[in-house]
Ligand binder design. Sequence first.
Ligand code: FAD
Length: 472
Amino acid sequence: MPERKHVVIIGGGITGLTAAFYLQKEAKEKNLPITYTLIEATDRLGGKIKTIHRDGFVIERGPDSYLGRKQSLTKLIENAGLEEKLVTNETGQAYVMSGGKLHPIPEGAVMGVPTKVGPFIKTKLFSKAGKARAAMDLVLPRREGADQDISVGHFFRRRLGDQVVENLIEPLLSGIYAGDIDRLSLQSTFPQFQDVERKSRSLILGMKQNIPKASERPGTYGKKKKGQFLTLSSGLESLVERLEELLEPESIWKNKKVSGIEREETGRYRVELEDGTNTHGDSVILASPYSVAKQLLPEQIRVDEFHSTPSTSVATIAMAFPASVLKNDINGTGFVISRKEPTTITACTWTHRKWPHTTPEGKVLLRCYVGRANNQEIVFESDEAILKAVLNDLNKIMDITSEPDFYYVSRWIQSMPQYEVNHKQLWQKLQDNLSAHYPGVYAAGASYEGVGLPDCVASAEKAVTHIIKTLR
Ligand code: FAD
């Protein structure tokens, strides 16, 4: 009988859960002698995925949906038997706040890059000079060294000018990374724009050619042709619960914090726990953020420049109101806010409109974000202080004058990894160090190849594929 091999997975967020699920599935289906232990520091699985059900509301405290065209998560949901619960977002006008006002995001703007002339000329989001500067994209040559990494901010400023960046691109993009766009890596966050410049020179012309027709958008599920995002009507945490049900209970260790990993002479790994005990594995998946992983690894493997800027801290505040709170109900799905505005809120989703299943009839659910790179103090204030600041902004922006029926503040400390310029090269260096000194140890999750839930799932699948190939 072949020797049994054991895999230790560190971290029980979506990355670790996915790794455990696919390892178990592959081992069962192909009759492989592979077992695993999933070690989670806290008393629950799911990491940043947390859902609250209250009075008919479905409230997400962390991620609320995912980009449907990245299919790894949909595949996982199908494997877990939850595809019936998949719902697509309602589309509607989204806004950006600039100069104290909400402006509709001009039709045809793809991540802020204009692709339709009419709406771009009509919008009051930019001055005439700002529009003229953006139009220079049509004639500007390619950047020298177009294959090299550059910050997102520098790249777009050069092509479209400061105004389009500050009033539209930065608020839209920093919503995803909560980062400083003048430090974020273009190659690791939005490589498609670098490709467009390389192939078509002009972003405006290149993006115009690339936009899929609404009917061809792959983000939709089933027959409905709607938005690009998907979620579960039962809440994203229902996926975590289902995956936990499908895993072997004795393979899940909660309330166990890993404190170190040592390679033994046999080539196996000793995984040390904070309580003084340890366990062993032939292979290890580091599915915790890099800030944790680097403390578990010896110095020769760590890459000091990698994630040298700490992840940004943010907080979400979900507020339930009676529908009467909206005196002038704006038809739309929410707004993002330019960094120059003197508001505490950085973005607000009109969740009851974007995701109607989340909110009972006659109610309104708003979810606001606070905290951004270079301005995170608010995240550490009391719940009451955050509510007060957010209501003050909502009063000015949406004329909301009442307190919510109830609200939840969720703090996510150092939760948004900052992929800085040259992230890709540094990530490669880390992988090379691992395979040279700790073969069989893989890093996966939000710190490496994308922060979105489908990226985390895909990275876990990749680690499992490597492990199965090697251990076989
Ligand atoms: P985590 O969820 O952080 O899990 C890591 C786990 O490791 C945790 O459970 C932790 O307790 C455990 N751990 C840490 N240290 C140890 C240790 N020493 N020993 C054992 N266990 C340890 N993405 C989207 O696609 N769509 C969204 O709408 C979206 N919205 C977001 C909103 C917010 C507020 C945030 C913070 C993120 C959002 N994201 C979104 C990003 C996405 O949620 C994360 O990138 C993803 O959940 C990360 O999953 P993970 O498993 O890699 O890490």
